[in-house]
Structure formats: structure tokens, C-alpha cells
Ligand binder design. Sequence first.
Ligand code: FES
Length: 104
Amino acid sequence: MRITHHPILEFQRGRKVRFTFDGREMEGYEGEPIAAALHAAGVRVLRHSPKLNRPRGFFCAIGNCSSCLMKVDGVPNVRVCVERLREGMQVQTQVGKGDLLESV
Ligand code: FES
């Protein structure tokens, strides 16, 4: 199922683009939230909680809760429910809190 309407963002479904999720090739539409492209591909777990390692997925979908933090193009703590998809993005499941020094 593809999410086509967002509660706070207007997004145009652009051309089909390729990106990777944990090294796997995937397709989505340019400009849609990364989480929408992942959801359409069947990905429901976006990260694991730092303390108890519990799976986390879409929750608020408006950038408020941090349930969807992922590493995007090497940058940790990206809220993929509001970050728009671009060609060639490298999206990774984030382990733990994410280390900002890692991306420098
Ligand atoms: S799902 Fe809440 S910040 Fe993304």
C-alpha cells in the first residue's frame, strides 16, 4: 500500500527514482517522504529503540515523535516521515542513538 496523502506536507509524486535501504535496491517516487517509499516496499520497522531495542515504525508521521529516525546519506537522526526522497539516497536502519561525529 502506498501512502499518497500526508497530514502536513504537500508533495507531488515525481518521477520514479532508485535508492537503497540497508544496501538493498529499492524504488520510490521523487519528492514523497522516504518513509512512504519504504512503507510501499513493505518495510515497517524503521529503527530500534536505543534502550530496549524495540522495533519502531511510522507513528506521528509529522516529524514530532522520533519514531522514524534513520541514517540517510551518512547523517543520523533523519526523520524519514518528513524527509523527501531523492535519486540515489542511501537509507539505513539506525542502530542506537546515532553518532553525529560519525557523519563528519
Ligand atoms: S513518525 Fe514521528 S517523527 Fe517520524
